[in-house]
Design a binder for this molecule. Structure first.
Ligand SMILES: [Zn+2]
Length: 134
């Protein structure tokens, strides 16, 4: 039985990080489908079905190059989201002493001390100056 499974999976993508994420997402949707009845529940049910079918399609797929590219892209998004969450937590922790602004021209995050009244902020990255209340 195990030998057969190994043979069957030979040359196939198998479970990667993205498939694992899709499987969890599918299970969450299944749970939501149990909570919400009626039309909304049905929508979650179809979404769960679609996500799980896609997850298994990826696991059994033989197009390894394409699946690896998808997995790499997912990994990038995941890192971005995790970093974004970490930065957000950092800002929250410092929010008593500092105020955070986004540079209006390059979108860089800038940190200034709180309680200094109206000040002129110069972006470290692109040099744009703008006024903000702290
Ligand atoms: Zn800037």
């Amino acid at each position: 039985m195990k030998q057969k499974l190994i043979q069957f999976m030979y040359g196939r993508n198998g479970v990667d990080l993205f498939s694992r994420f899709l499987t969890y997402l599918g299970l969450v949707l299944v749970l939501l489908q149990l909570i919400f009845r009626g039309a909304v529940g049905r929508i979650f049910w179809y979404l769960a079905l679609a996500v799980l079918i896609y997850a298994y399609f990826r696991i059994f797929s033989k197009n390894l190059a394409k699946r690896r590219a998808e997995n790499a892209k997912y990994y990038q998004y995941r890192m971005k989201a995790l970093n974004g969450f970490r930065d957000w937590k950092d800002r929250r922790r410092q929010s008593r002493d500092y105020k955070f602004f986004r540079c209006p021209s390059c979108r860089a995050m800038l940190r200034v001390p709180r309680g200094k009244g109206k000040i002129r902020v110069t972006c470290r990255k692109c040099g744009t100056a703008f006024e903000r209340k702290t």
